[in-house]
Design a protein around this ligand. Sequence first.
Ligand code: MN
Length: 247
Amino acid sequence: MKYAFISDIHGNTPALAAVLMDIERRKVRAVWNLGDTLFGPLDPHGTFNRLNGKDIVHIRGNGDRELSAPDDGASTTMNNLRRNLSDEERVWLKKLPAIIETDEILAFHGSPDSDERYFLESVSESGVYIKSAGEIEEALKNRKASLVVCGHSHLPRIIQIPGGPLVINAGSVGLPAYHDDLPADHSMESGSPHAKYVLAEKRNRQWAAEIIHLPYDWAKSAEMAMSAGRRDWAAWLATGIAPVKPI
Ligand SMILES: [Mn+2]
């Protein structure tokens, strides 16, 4: 049974459309979306409409959680988006589970206990590093899944815990790089503008997985970001690179 894991669409409808079409070609049996689906300056409503009614398992990301929280009155991008959500979108966001655990698969957005903490990367003043297998294993104590899937950092990765599960970060469908100032100033850069997602399949009791880099009309998405006044997003979308000095 082949799974497609998608994550961090961030309202990028052109990228999502390309990924869903590619998934259809590959005889995938189940699609899991690991969160941060609508938040961003691009096209949250178009993204919702593309996903609505499809047979997809959805997890809630930190962006989804914040988007469904009450408007706090300030004139921020977040509040503008909150005000423009339809009732259907708000209800959908509120119902999303933070974590799903089956016999085989453990799925969450950031980490098992926090949707805003990276699971595979540690971030400090000195940079972004991949965590050690021991550190990752420690956070999975008492979990029996043979496949662990997450998103949030937008960096697709496949890590084998020795004697333990295969751990996958599905990368990002809709935002291939970004700069953030928390918990320390850092850039997450996939290095290419492609829409990313991961396919996984159990073969002879072991998981095989591959990261897909899919071309799509990223110039169009960059244009959408420019029309929304987000020159930073436009550059990230067009290159997959996020210079530490904001553009
Ligand atoms: Mn996130």
